[in-house]
Design a binder for this molecule. Structure first.
Ligand code: 5GP
Ligand code: MN
Length: 323
């Protein structure tokens, strides 16, 4: 565990701040960036700028107040402090990395086991449920507004699969309790951002489940979607979140692999494990990263090449775990 830092100390004399998260932003990424951004805007009136950058803001997250201030383009700016949140490496910051390179100071707050550490100030705790949980630890609860609390709660809830995954600790639950004490409709928030799917999202989920296959005596489940399938249903990568978790929920399955085609001979890979296999090791081998039980990467080749390469590594780990 890396030591937490003192936010006031780090922000002494600072005027301009940028906050960014990883590409293809998920709930924790949006929640942690927005939560910290709102808190800084509300409590540090001397700051001249607190600019938030994300590659995109998926529609379902728009229910959070403040998402309209998130920038998805990257004008020429320089900052005193650059916060990298929920991001395991600089490459995953996408275009926001240019502000990191010119910033006076870089602060990295993250919970990916594959994060080797970057930035002048680092608060990296792989055991933490989420970046949002770590952001909460940096803030003074008394000064936290309901809108900032809502954003952090959403981040924690999403990265724990609504408090179901093993990354959920008693500290996670305590923090979630403190956040809901601020008074917001958490039931509605999770319905709108986590559980509810559009009709087309459900259709493509159904398609992925229908076409899935079991390998390794039922211990590994795979499913792949081609670009033409995504085009047929009119969906994009954002609409596919949750499919890999649903695959993992199959009885007897240790590892779930879900891929979708992003370009010719290129696939975005999502991996989930029940704990026997460290999928972050597999993803890291192919240039990605993540956590023991949830990881991802991008791979080149035919769907068969990609699956063959992945399953080789998974089978090796499964065999080692069984011996
Ligand atoms: P997902 O499968 O939901 O896209 O991602 C699962 C986890 O793996 C997340 O924590 C995410 O940050 C990480 N991850 C997914 N894709 C990549 C990737 O291409 N590179 C790295 N470093 N991490 C990834
Ligand atoms: Mn996260």
């Amino acid at each position: 565990m890396m030591k937490m830092f003192d936010l006031d100390q780090e922000l002494k004399g600072v005027k301009r701040i940028a906050i960014a998260g990883h590409i293809r932003p998920d709930g924790d990424c949006v929640g942690s960036c927005l939560g910290l951004g709102l808190y800084l805007r509300e409590n540090y009136p001397a700051l001249e700028a607190v600019d938030l950058y994300l590659e995109s803001v998926p529609e379902r997250f728009r229910v959070l107040e403040g998402t309209e201030t998130i920038r998805t383009s990257y004008p020429k700016e320089t900052y005193d402090v650059f916060f990298s949140l929920d991001c395991g490496d600089i490459g995953r910051l996408g275009n926001a990395a240019e502000y990191l390179h010119t910033a006076g100071k870089v602060i990295c707050v993250d919970h990916h086991i594959s994060n080797h550490g970057f930035g002048d100030v680092q608060f990296i705790e792989p055991e933490a449920s989420s970046a949002s949980e770590l952001v909460y630890l940096l803030l003074d609860d008394k000064k936290l507004s309901v809108n900032a609390a809502k954003a952090l709660y959403m981040g924690i809830a999403h990265d724990t699969g609504v408090f179901q995954y093993s990354c959920t600790s008693s500290r996670t639950m305590e923090i979630a309790g403190k956040l809901i004490d601020k008074g917001f409709d958490f039931n509605e928030l999770l319905d709108l951002t986590f559980f509810q799917k559009t009709y087309l999202q459900n259709q493509i989920l159904g398609r992925a489940l229908l076409e899935s296959m079991l390998l390794m005596d039922g211990k590994c489940i795979i499913s792949a979607l081609r670009k033409k399938d995504l085009d047929f249903y009119g969906v994009t990568g954002e609409d596919l979140e949750g499919i890999v978790s649903q695959l993992r929920n199959t009885a007897g399955v240790e590892v779930a692999i879900f891929l979708y085609e992003t370009a010719i001979q290129e696939f975005k890979v999502s991996l989930r494990s029940n704990g026997k296999v460290d999928v972050s090791r597999v993803a890291s081998y192919f240039g990605g990263g993540g956590h023991v039980r949830a990881a991802g990467c991008t791979m080149q080749g035919s769907v068969y090449d990609v699956l063959n390469n992945l399953t080789l590594h998974i089978e090796k780990q499964l065999k080692a775990a069984e011996n």
